[in-house]
Design a protein around this ligand. Structure first.
Ligand code: ADP
Length: 161
């Protein structure tokens, strides 16, 4: 039978339970799900690429069909190289919509064979973002329930008093 792969791209600085929820749901649909950590020179991440990848690997260790990789350059080129025709993105609020539509439209212009699928966030994570988690964690507030346990530990180490 034909194997169907998809790409779940993002900055994941760091991975949150909102990301993980999308990854788990997508991994239940596709044979192989590539989680692509994007190397974006315009963003200054808190966690290095290696740290972000290690945290995603630890958080998705229970999902055997998830492969964590990094990707520089154009996402559609990466998708093509992996033989994947689907990009999966999560949508939280209306505020995500315009940005996502712009990127999906551009990706489709570059390669009409690559389709973007959107998954609605689980309502409990609709206000959850990596930025808000970092904001709260730097003041040593509790972020359990918002991020996987390994991320909670990594944030504590980063923001040690
Ligand atoms: P990017 O910088 O590419 O937006 P992010 O790491 O912020 O990367 O997000 C990656 C993907 O995960 C995006 O599709 C984003 O909308 C989605 N996402 C982020 N947080 C959540 C959440 N709480 N619920 C659902 N999807 C989310």
């Amino acid at each position: 039978m034909k194997q169907v792969s998809a790409i779940c791209p993002g900055t994941f600085d760091p991975i949150t339970n909102g990301h993980l929820d999308i990854i788990e749901r997508a991994a239940a649909i596709f044979d192989t799900l590539y989680v692509a950590v994007l190397i974006n020179s315009s963003k200054k991440p808190l966690f290095s690429l290696e740290e972000r990848m290690a945290l995603i690997k630890a958080a998705t260790a229970h999902l055997p069909n998830v492969v964590v990789e990094s990707s520089s350059g154009l996402l559609v080129h990466y998708a093509k190289a992996k033989g994947a025709k689907t990009i999966v993105r999560g949508l939280r609020a209306v505020s995500d919509f315009e940005y996502e539509m712009q990127i999906a439209a551009m990706n489709r212009t570059i390669d009409p064979e690559v389709e973007t699928f959107f998954m609605m966030t689980n309502t409990q994570y609709s206000f959850l973002s990596s930025s808000i988690v970092k904001e709260v964690a730097q003041y040593h507030e509790d972020v359990s329930g918002l991020v996987p346990a390994v991320v909670e530990q990594a944030l504590q180490t980063k923001f040690k008093k």
